[in-house]
Design a protein around this ligand. Sequence first.
Ligand code: AMP
Length: 425
Amino acid sequence: LPRLSTPRGIRDIDPSEFAIFERIRNAFVDTAELYGFSLMEPATIEFLSTLEAKSGPDIMKEVYAFTDKAGRDLALRFDLTVGLTRYVVSNRALKMPVKLASFADMWRYDEPQMGRYRWFYQWDIEIFGVKDVAAEAEVISFTKHFFNKLGLKVKLHISDRKLVEEYVRKNLGIQDDLLVLELIRALDKSSKKSKEEILVEYVKKGIPAAALESVIELGKRKGPLLDELDRLEKEGLWVTGLKELARLSRSMGIDDFLTLDLSIARGLDYYSGIVFEAILEDRKSIGSLAGGGRYDALLKAFGRGDLSAVGVAGGVERTAMALGTVPSTPLKKGVFVAYAQPSLRDRALALTEHLRTMGVCCETDLLGKGLGAQLEYASSRYGLSLILGERELNRGSVILKDLAAGQQEEIPLNQLEDKLKTLLA
Ligand code: AMP
């Protein structure tokens, strides 16, 4: 026998989880429509070199890379942003702004733990070609609307990499680009790892401990957006981008969704400006439900320094966890076709075939089970059942049973279509 288990970090999505995924997908597709985003899916496999552009060392360690039969270096996509960006950059005829939405799966050789898998789904939206914070505001508004629709209480923790960069260059006097980037990477880890762990990891890489400590301290700045920005401004820090966004979000009425959190830096190197993560208010332990920001650095790496882009991606598995198990699935809008004795199975199959061509959702028992067992199954899935019996069929009729109420009546077959259409309308 082959192994029947799945590889570590990769699992099946069973029907109950799939139902929650569908709910999330529907909420996403509806929101994408509401905001005027076009749905598409970027390629699942890319050239390794495409993924390497500006993604950063951490994610490259997690990429599922392989050589194909012709010796090409390829990799499975680890997010949707890179593929969507490659698509936009390589289609010069596209008119800006381009607003794309995608809901698909991806692979990362991550360390599996609660809410962290090696194969998982994300929903993702991107706006290309808008340099103004209007794009951030639209993406943030989308995120708020989407989580609201699902009934999840989420706050958006927001920061600006430019602010942090200014702090590192001006206040710490560090100008080396690589050093600045390492400090931002260290800051990104400050909410997940202890200060000691970060110091050990980064001092080994040659980053000065004092600078690391200052950056970790900066990461502790959190609180109501406008108040905190005022304070940071008084300390001489660059807050222009976030201030503009705060003003715009206030006029749009979405400012209550935002909270300043300078520990947010995002792990991927392609981010260049405002960055944010959506965090569940009452269950922070699930981790971030979504993350995004402005990523001009990626466009530059793809040769389109003239373009700018903002996007957000959310984890579907984590959102499903936040939603918890959905209360028992509602009864299907349709009818079960039961039969009183095994000899009537073929008649039942013929009737289901007919009903389906009429657009009525239905199924019958394929195993020739007893009527009791058929009706038990029917009651768990449907509100209505037909029962085929020899006597009624000879009279040209069938029994229609309301499974919840337990009542039944005999219906002539030539009236069945109308009757079902009225009941199921
Ligand atoms: P990222 O693409 O890393 O910015 O992640 C965006 C969102 O995807 C996160 O906020 C998580 O909700 C989700 N996510 C990231 N990595 C994983 C993973 N390994 N397993 C499940 N969800 C993930």
